[in-house]
Design a protein around this ligand. Structure first.
Ligand code: GSH
Length: 207
C-alpha cells in the first residue's frame, strides 16, 4: 500500500491526503515528525535529506515535495481531469502550483508565524505589516484569476492546482487579521468546502 509519511497536521501533508481522497486512494499515513519518528533519523534522511514532510513511498519509489507528489498521484491514477494530459492545459495547472509553492508561500510566512504561531522571532510590527501587504497583493492576483473563471483556478473544472491553492486559501482565512474583501476568493473557499476531502484535510479546524 502507498505510504504518506508526515504528521497529518502539516499543511503540505494535508495537500497529499486531500489528493488521495479525491482519487479514492487508500493510503497508510505514517506520522513522521511526531514522537519517536524523527525527521533527523538516518532512516528518514535517506528519503528526504532536507528533513521535511511529506514523503511518499509507493513500493520502491520514493518521492518528496508535496506538489510533485500530488501530480504523481493524479498521473498514477490516470486522472486527466485532475492533471490534464494536453500540454497547454497541464502547463496552466503546473503554473499555478509553482506559483503557490514559491510566490504565495513566501508571502504568508511572516504573518502566519507571528499571528498564529506567536513566534517571538516574528514580532516586529513593521515586518508584520509588510508581510500582510505582500500576502494581500498575492491573494488579489488569485482573486482576479478566480473572478475570471467563476469556478476553479484554471477554469470550470477542479484540478490538483485547486488542492494546493485550497490549503493556502484556508490559511489566509485562518490567520487572524483584518482581511480585505476578496469576493472571488471567498466564493472559492465555499465552493471547495463542498468537497469532503477539503473538509477532512483542508478546512478542518487546523490553520
Ligand atoms: N517544499 C516542501 C516543504 C515541506 C515542508 O516545509 N514541510 C514542513 C511541514 S509543513 C516540515 O516538514 N517541517 C519540519 C518539521 O515539521 O519538523 C513541500 O512542499 O513538500
Amino acid at each position: 500500500m502507498i505510504e504518506v509519511l508526515g504528521r497529518a497536521s502539516s499543511i503540505n501533508v494535508r495537500k497529499v491526503l486531500w489528493t488521495c481522497a479525491e482519487l479514492n486512494l487508500q493510503v497508510r499515513q505514517v506520522p513522521w515528525g511526531e514522537g519517536d519518528l524523527s525527521l533527523r533519523s538516518p532512516e528518514f534522511l535517506v528519503m528526504n535529506p532536507g528533513a521535511l514532510v511529506p514523503v511518499l513511498r509507493d513500493g520502491a519509489f520514493v518521492l518528496r515535495e508535496s506538489n510533485a507528489i500530488c501530480r504523481y498521484l493524479a498521473a498514477r491514477q490516470q486522472r486527466t481531469d485532475l492533471l490534464p494530459a494536453e500540454p497547454a492545459a497541464r502547463a496552466k495547472v503546473e503554473q499555478w502550483m509553482d506559483w503557490q509553492a514559491t510566490e504565495l508561500n513566501n508571502a504568508w510566512r511572516y504573518p502566519f508565524m507571528s499571528l498564529v504561531r506567536h513566534s517571538a522571532a516574528h514580532s516586529d510590527e513593521t515586518a508584520l505589516q509588510a508581510g500582510i501587504d505582500s500576502w494581500t497583493k498575492h491573494m488579489k492576483i488569485l482573486d482576479d484569476a478566480l473572478a475570471g473563471t467563476g469556478a476553479f483556478i484554471t477554469g470550470a473544472t477542479f484540478t490538483v492546482a485547486d488542492v494546493v491553492l485550497g490549503l493556502s486559501v484556508h490559511r489566509w482565512f485562518a490567520t487572524p487579521f483584518d482581511h480585505p474583501r476578496l469576493p472571488a476568493v471567498a466564493a472559492y473557499y465555499e465552493r471547495l468546502s463542498t468537497r469532503p476531502g477539503y473538509r477532512a484535510h483542508g478546512r478542518n479546524g487546523l490553520p
